[in-house]
Design a protein around this ligand. Structure first.
Ligand SMILES: Nc1ncnc2c1ncn2[C@@H]1O[C@H](COP(=O)(O)OP(=O)(O)OP(=O)(O)O)[C@@H](O)[C@H]1O
Ligand SMILES: [Mg+2]
Length: 223
């Protein structure tokens, strides 16, 4: 279980997350829905440790992540695909995927195993493996960013508005990929932000609403 307790984030005089409490169970898909500026990205960035908390704690099972520096959090198996995919333009797709694994000092064999798993799940990414990160289309980049998140995300994967900016057909195909991911990795906890969550209907277990930095539960599907 990934758990946020009373998480408060402030930018200057604006409180952006107001003592947020949120449970993100393993083996489930949690969708965080909110309008522009509601605090979705800030929530994910808080979990990844890339911005400071004014108050509160973040737990992964019985490990308190709050004091763990962001680049050390990857060790705990939480992968993140940011809104803007942030690939390294001069690196090949394959090297972009491998980079977090190298940063984690994973053994060569384990890196290959994860890469093969990602290529199996995302054949369109496998086809692009030798392309440079900088020449991909928006949709291709989103897929590669998902693959990169899976490279470290052995326990949790956080996706920030995965469908944003995708043409409808591509968004559908990305949604199908998430259905396949859900089936192939039943143990994985998924936390996905969206402003229009319709495409996630097939996989969502738990919907949360975020409004002006406050989270409430929308609906809970029977487990
Ligand atoms: N680095 C920052 N400095 C100052 N204010 C920020 C910063 N990042 C976010 N904010 C503010 O925090 C609020 C929440 O932003 P956030 O990016 O989390 O929203 P969001 O729900 O992800 O929106 P969107 O759907 O547009 O991506 C907004 O009012 C935003 O202006
Ligand atoms: Mg955002």
């Amino acid at each position: 279980m990934l758990r946020l307790e009373q998480v408060r984030v402030r930018f200057h005089d604006q409180i952006v997350l107001r003592d947020v409490k949120m449970d993100v169970p393993a083996s489930r898909t949690t969708v965080l829905i909110g309008r522009n500026g509601a605090g979705k990205t800030t929530t994910l960035r808080a979990i990844m440790g890339v911005l400071p908390l004014e108050n509160g704690r973040i737990w992964l099972d019985d490990v308190d992540l709050t004091g763990v520096r962001s680049h050390d959090r990857a060790r705990f198996g939480v992968g993140y695909a940011p809104e803007d995919r942030r690939l390294i333009p001069d690196f090949s797709v394959e090297d972009n995927l491998l980079l977090p694994a190298i940063a984690l000092r994973l053994a060569g064999e384990e890196r290959r195993r994860r890469l093969d798993e990602i290529f199996n799940l995302l054949p369109e990414v496998a086809a692009l493996r030798h392309r440079a990160g900088g020449v991909l289309s928006g949709g291709q980049g989103k897929m590669v960013a998902l693959g990169r998140a899976l490279m470290v995300g052995t326990r949790y994967v956080l996706l920030d508005e995965p469908f944003q900016g995708l043409a409808p057909a591509l968004a559908l195909s990305y949604a199908d990929t998430l259905v396949r991911l859900r089936k192939s990795r039943p143990d994985l906890g998924l936390l996905i932000t969206e402003s229009t969550p319709r495409l996630l209907d097939k996989i969502v277990d738990n919907s949360l609403l975020i409004e002006r930095g406050e989270i409430s539960s929308l609906a809970r599907k029977a487990a």
